[in-house]
Design a binder for this molecule. Structure first.
Ligand code: SF4
Length: 333
C-alpha cells in the first residue's frame, strides 16, 4: 500500500471528489467535495435524500460499479493514499481500517448464521484467531455495544433480535477490527426515536473510547445536533456549508442550512417557526443553472439564477456557497 506523509490524526481526507454515473447519458452526481474527519471526531454529512451523501460514502469506500466514474485530487483513508491502490489492496483496507454501517441491519446480516459466527469470522479471517478465541472476542464486542447477556446471546440468530439490537450487532461487526474510520450511512433511519438516540449515544461513546473517526451520513438534522463535532451540508451533489457544528447550527450562513434547522421541531421550538422547505431537491440530471438551490430559496435574487456561488470562507473555520451569506448571517432577507 502507498503510505503518504500525513497528520497521524487524520482518519479521512478527501479533496475534489467527483462522481459521474456513466450509461446512456452521463449524470454528474457529486462535484468537488472536500471532507476531513480526524480520529476521535464525529463529522455529520447532512442533506435531503438525493443530495449525493450516500454516493459520496460509497465512492470513498471504493464501492462503485462499472457504471460509476470516481475521481479526486486527494483521497486519504487513515494514512493511506487510496488513489494508488488496486482492487485487492482496497478490499483489505476496507475490511481492516475503514468500516461502513448501513441502515438495513436485517438484510446486512446472514440469517442462517448465529451473530457470534458472523462476528467471529472477522477475527478468524483477518486475525487468524481460533474458533474459541473468535467466540470470546464476539462475546466481548456484543457486551461493548450493549447487548444484554452476551454470553448467551452470542449463539442466537439475527431474527431473534429487535431492530435496534440488530443495528448494534452491525456496529459491533463494523468496529471489530478497530478501524480508524467508521462511515455510518443513515444508521438509525429504520428505528424508533428512543432506539435512535441509544444508537447515536453508542457511536458517540465508541468513537471517544476507540479514538476512531466517524462520518455520520443522515438526512435528519435532529440526529446530528447532539453528537456532531463538525458538519457538512450537501445539496444537489455539492457541499454548500461546512464548519464547526455549534457555529453552523447556531448561526447558519446558507439558506438551505437555515431552512433545514427551521424544519427540526426541537430547533424551531427555541424561538423559530416550524416550516418545511418548499419544493423538492433537483435530480442530478436536471440541476438548475446558477445556484442549484435558487428555486426553493427565500433569499434568491437575480444573480442566483445565473451565477453559481463558490464555496468560500464566510466566518473563521466555516465555508458556505451563497451570494448572500453575510445577509443570512445577519438574519436579513
Ligand atoms: Fe439562495 Fe442565492 Fe444563496 Fe443560492 S446563492 S442559497 S439562491 S441566496
Amino acid at each position: 500500500m502507498t503510505t503518504v506523509v500525513s497528520d497521524q490524526t487524520t482518519a479521512l481526507r478527501v479533496r475534489g471528489l467527483d462522481v459521474v454515473f456513466t450509461g446512456e447519458r452521463e449524470v454528474h452526481a457529486v462535484r468537488e467535495v472536500d471532507l476531513e474527519v480526524r480520529r476521535g471526531e464525529l463529522v455529520a454529512l447532512l442533506g435531503e435524500s438525493g443530495s449525493g451523501k450516500s454516493v459520496t460514502a460509497r465512492a470513498i469506500m471504493g464501492l462503485g460499479d462499472e457504471h460509476t466514474r470516481v475521481s479526486a485530487d486527494e483521497l486519504v483513508l487513515s494514512d493511506v493514499d487510496v488513489l494508488g491502490l488496486d482492487a485487492e489492496q482496497m478490499r483489505r483496507l476496507r475490511g481492516e481500517r475503514v468500516s461502513l454501517v448501513m441502515q438495513d441491519a436485517l438484510s446486512a446480516l446472514n440469517p442462517v448464521l448465529t451473530v457470534g459466527a458472523q462476528i467471529g469470522e472477522l477475527f478468524r479471517v483477518h486475525r487468524g484467531a481460533t474458533r474459541a478465541q473468535a467466540r470470546e472476542r464476539a462475546v466481548e464486542l456484543l457486551g461493548l455495544v450493549g447487548i444484554p447477556s452476551p454470553q448467551r446471546r452470542v449463539d442466537d440468530y439475527p431474527h431473534q433480535f429487535s431492530g435496534g439490537m440488530r443495528q448494534r450487532i452491525l456496529i459491533a461487526m463494523a468496529i471489530a477490527l478497530e478501524p480508524e474510520l467508521l462511515i455510518a450511512d443513515e444508521p438509525t433511519t429504520a428505528l424508533d426515536v428512543t432506539v435512535q438516540a441509544q444508537i447515536l449515544d453508542l457511536l458517540d461513546d465508541l468513537r471517544r473510547r476507540l479514538g476512531m473517526g466517524v462520518l455520520l451520513i443522515t438526512h435528519d438534522l435532529g440526529v446530528v445536533m447532539e453528537v456532531a463535532d463538525r458538519l457538512a451540508v450537501m445539496y444537489a451533489g455539492r457541499i454548500v456549508e461546512a464548519g464547526d457544528a455549534d457555529t453552523v447550527l447556531t448561526r447558519p450562513a446558507h439558506p438551505y442550512t437555515e431552512a433545514l434547522l427551521r424544519s427540526v421541531p426541537q430547533a424551531a421550538a427555541r424561538g423559530g417557526r416550524l416550516v418545511s422547505i418548499p419544493g423538492s431537491p433537483p435530480s442530478p440530471a436536471t440541476t438548475p443553472p446558477g445556484c442549484s438551490f435558487h428555486p426553493r430559496c427565500a433569499y434568491a435574487i437575480d444573480v442566483c439564477r445565473t451565477a453559481r456561488p463558490p464555496l468560500r470562507e464566510v466566518t473563521p473555520a466555516r465555508v458556505a456557497a451563497c451570494h448572500r451569506s453575510e445577509e443570512v448571517l445577519d438574519g436579513l432577507r
